[in-house]
Design a protein around this ligand. Structure first.
Ligand code: ZN
Length: 383
């Protein structure tokens, strides 16, 4: 089976390379907006192929010839996709791109055999010297994936981006062949997701929801108040805006790192992983601060997709159980359903029927494990 993997590195371009990146971003925007304008006038319908028109546009606007030509093709592809999504009612009408949103461009990897018999490729990653070769830019310094010394798989494309914090990144997509034979499972884990503890496993391991986020939240609020008092377009306004963008990026990076860490530990240690299908968790209906709620929602779905993905590439089993299964009300030892436990303030209790001591979250994760085991055996017995 072939899978696609993306590796994202921080890029450290020289000043000249920065100029070229920004020029490329500008050209991509120009092509995108030019054809969007054209299609707008023609109700999104065109008699000619945009790709075939591109050379003419380049002739008329010589500066387009200075940048990587595959980027301009991908701008046309993006626009076509935006219109397809619009007609399929997946998205709204395509919008013009401006200088202020997040900027990125995609360049395609071109590979060919040279007459000497060696393989030539316009995108190459060298993790020993920490460099990436990119079309037109040449070698650019990168950082990331400290423990890796090479990247397996064939490079398909690279996306170069500039964040509002003025940091540059490159995300490289590779295609890799992997085994599809599933492991013979020897361990299973159930996972309960929550607000106080982000994750509680049936092994009794708890991953807390880090307080660091609320520390940043305070700083963010202060800066946003400051921003509202400043004159728009003033130098200080832009400065504050960049500081806000930097904090948002910090929170994002931190959360990404933490969720990956949790997912890695869980998938490395277990062969069958079970979570809830978390569309509606009863606790979400209760009063939780909007900020925390949004963050939790996002963390949960991100974590589950990470676990799903990591179990797939490691050939392990991942199951989601029914959302409406009352995992926290049933005693995992005797199966007694205790309605009183709808009260979320009860964190631990002794089961009224069998008397066993239960920690609310660990008990819930054990129930999730048991439900997952049922699914696993029902699927395995079919084979
Ligand atoms: Zn019991």
């Amino acid at each position: 089976m072939e899978i696609y993997k993306a590796y994202k590195f921080r890029l450290y371009p020289t000043d000249d390379q920065k100029i070229l990146i920004n020029k490329t971003l500008g050209c991509k925007r120009f092509v995108y907006n030019y054809y969007l304008n054209y299609l707008k006038d023609n109700n999104g319908k065109t008699k000619f192929n945009l790709h075939k028109d591109l050379p003419k546009l380049k002739e008329e606007n010589q500066f387009l010839k200075e940048v990587d030509s595959t980027v301009l093709c991908s701008a046309v592809d993006d626009l076509c996709k935006a219109f397809n999504d619009y007609y399929a009612k997946r998205r709204g009408y395509p919008k013009f791109k401006n200088r202020f949103s997040k900027q990125s461009y995609r360049t395609t990897c071109i590979r060919r055999s040279t007459h000497k018999g060696s393989e030539y490729s316009n995108i190459e990653i060298d993790l020993l010297t920490r460099n990436i070769k990119l079309p037109k830019l040449g070698k650019v310094k990168i950082r990331g994936y400290r423990s890796k010394d090479r990247i397996e798989g064939k490079i398909l494309n690279a996306t170069i981006s500039r964040e509002p914090t003025n940091k540059y990144y490159v995300s490289v997509v590779v295609v890799e062949g992997i085994l599809i034979e599933k492991v013979t499972p020897t361990s299973i884990v159930g996972i309960d997701l929550g607000i106080k503890d982000l994750v509680v496993t049936s092994d009794g391991v708890k991953y807390v929801n880090e307080k660091i986020i609320s520390k940043y939240e305070k700083r963010l609020k202060r800066l946003q108040r400051k921003l509202s008092r400043q004159v728009k377009t003033s130098k200080n306004y832009l400065k504050t805006k960049e500081r806000i963008a930097r904090i948002h990026a910090k929170i994002r990076n931190y959360r990404k790192h933490y969720l990956n860490y949790i997912a890695n530990e869980i998938v490395n240690d277990h062969d069958i992983i079970v979570t809830e299908n978390l569309k509606v968790k009863d606790m979400f209906k209760k009063k939780i601060k909007a900020f925390n709620k949004n963050l939790a929602d996002a963390s949960f779905s991100k974590l589950c997709s990470l676990i799903e993905w990591k179990s797939k590439i490691k050939c392990k089993f991942y199951y989601k159980i029914d959302t409406y299964y009352p995992s926290s009300q049933i005693c995992s030892t005797c199966g007694y359903k205790n309605e009183e436990l709808k009260d979320l303030s009860i964190r631990e209790y002794n089961c009224p029927k069998c008397g066993v001591y239960n920690d609310r979250d660990i008990n819930a994760s054990l129930n999730i494990l048991l439900e997952g085991l049922k699914i696993h055996y029902s699927l395995v017995s079919l084979v």
